[in-house]
Ligand binder design. Structure first.
Ligand code: FPP
Length: 251
């Protein structure tokens, strides 16, 4: 494996953890077994990202659309999530990781919300990596809710319409306070964004791998990050302009 340059890691890594169900079905196992194995991959990626010094890790754990899955699978996912958060909070404290959640928390069962509140409160003072779980999250839902919040401020006279900028709008999003992701990994071969961070992914480098999430290893993570380091991020500028400013990734 080629070594990674610690100065050129993404500040914010986002992941669409896909393929748990297919991983299980290919092995004649129940889908939830795929999710359980997926939770083990979550532990590995959280640990590795924090060790590498990545500042923000955002995981798409449950989409707004996932509520339409069979009730048994939804219940099992909620139970798994609660178990993961309960079990991992002590490790998050040791690793100085702070929990954060984006998405429509009012959809989540009370016991899941209580577990989340407790984990968020316990880790609130941690200054290392911010681990954001996207739960009952949909990009379009986030955008329309943000627009509604901003419209209320306009009606209340707190915001003048001519003062609305992309920066101001960003503060109304669930991700207000987080930088946009530099790098997005999606597993399982699907090449879609699937309603994830629609606004925030505007200039994010995208990476797709055929590997299903339960099979995603440290080596795969390393390979993905090496690929990120080879990219030239231009943000709409020319290659020449970027090179003048100190080389790729320093734009
Ligand atoms: C996508 O696979 C995955 C999900 C909908 C849930 C992701 C959940 C986990 C990785 C485990 C629990 C999470 C945490 C944070 C501990 P899929 O079921 O859509 O797979 P398929 O496309 O092959 O059916």
């Amino acid at each position: 494996m080629e070594p990674l340059d610690p100065d050129k890691l993404p500040v914010h890594l986002a992941v669409i953890m896909d393929g748990n169900g297919r991983w299980a079905q290919q092995r004649m196992l129940k889908r939830i077994v795929g999710h359980q194995r997926g939770a083990e991959t979550v532990k590995m990626v959280v640990e590795q990202a924090s060790l590498m010094g990545i500042k923000y890790l955002t995981l798409f754990a449950f989409s707004s659309e996932n509520w339409s899955r069979p009730a048994l699978e939804v219940r099992a996912l909620m139970t798994l999530l609660k178990k993961y958060i309960r079990q991992e909070t002590a490790r998050m404290m040791r690793k100085n990781i702070r929990y954060n959640v984006i998405g429509n928390r009012s959809d989540l069962p009370d016991d899941v919300n209580e577990t989340l509140d407790s984990a968020i409160n316990q880790t609130a003072g941690n200054t290392g990596m911010v681990l954001t779980l996207a739960l009952s999250y949909g990009g379009r839902q986030e955008l329309s809710a943000a627009a509604a919040r901003m419209a209320r401020d306009v009606v209340a006279g707190k915001v003048a319409p001519e003062k609305i900028t992309t920066e101001l709008f960003g503060t109304y999003l669930d991700t207000g306070g987080l930088p946009d992701p530099d790098f997005l990994i999606r597993t399982s071969g699907e090449m879609r964004i699937s309603n994830f961070l629609l606004w925030q992914l505007a200039y994010t480098e995208l990476y797709f791998t055929e590997t299903n999430w339960p099979d995603f290893t440290i080596n795969e993570l390393h390979k993905a990050l090496a690929d990120f380091q080879s990219r030239e991020r231009r943000f709409g500028k020319t290659s020449g302009q970027i090179m003048q400013r100190g080389g790729p990734l320093n734009a």
